[in-house]
Structures are given as structure tokens and as C-alpha cells.
Design a protein around this ligand. Structure first.
Ligand SMILES: [Zn+2]
Length: 112
């Protein structure tokens, strides 16, 4: 029934959780449950000022951006509504009036 990982020291499956630690009843080994957390833990997205961004936020662009493949410039101060966070280099998916679907970097925006 337990989803806890086996003891890394002796392989016992009778590990149990004690606060933030996992404990093995057979060899008394204790280790941090957090250290065993999967690598794909939730990524935190931050804007240029360090504010945490979330899906649906409205942000403004903090510098002129020249999107690839487009002749135009997204002006500093352009408001971008309803952003969607994605796990990639350009980590914000959004739509900008006059440009359409766009990918931005969170370091170039500021939460409104
Ligand atoms: Zn053990």
C-alpha cells in the first residue's frame, strides 16, 4: 500500500515517514524524503523583478523585443494578457495584438 521508496541502505520496503524524513525500521537509516523527490518538481517562473508568474497573469514587456521572423518590434511597455507558462527556453506563451501567438522569456517581462 505504501508508495514510499525502499531503504537506500538495506533495501527494506518497510520504510515509514517521520516528518520530513523517511526512516527504515530494519537498519535505522534515516534520510530526507525531499532529496528523493522526482526531478520534475514544479518549476517556478519569475519575472524580471523576481515576482512569481502564473498562468493567466498579465505582464508588460520591459524592453523592446524583436521577435524572430517578424519585421515588427514589441515595444517596451506592451501589455500581454493571459500568459501561459511553458517549460522551455522561451517560457511564456502568449498572444500579442498585432503579432499573434508569441513566445517570450520571463526575464523580459514584469508582472502587472
Ligand atoms: Zn534500511
Amino acid at each position: 500500500m505504501s508508495a514510499l521508496p525502499p531503504c537506500p541502505q538495506c533495501g527494506s520496503e518497510f520504510t515509514y515517514q517521520d516528518g520530513a524524513n523517511l526512516v527504515c525500521p530494519e537498519c535505522a537509516h534515516e534520510w530526507s524524503a525531499a532529496a528523493d523527490a522526482p526531478a520534475d518538481t514544479v518549476r517556478v517562473y519569475r519575472d524580471a523583478a523576481g515576482n512569481v508568474l502564473q498562468d493567466g497573469d498579465t505582464v508588460t514587456v520591459i524592453k523592446d523585443l524583436k521577435p524572430k521572423g517578424s519585421g515588427g518590434v514589441i515595444k517596451q511597455g506592451t501589455k500581454v494578457k493571459n500568459i501561459r507558462l511553458v517549460d522551455s527556453d522561451h517560457d511564456i506563451d502568449c498572444k500579442i495584438d498585432g503579432f499573434g501567438a508569441m513566445s517570450l522569456k520571463s526575464e523580459f517581462v514584469r508582472k502587472v
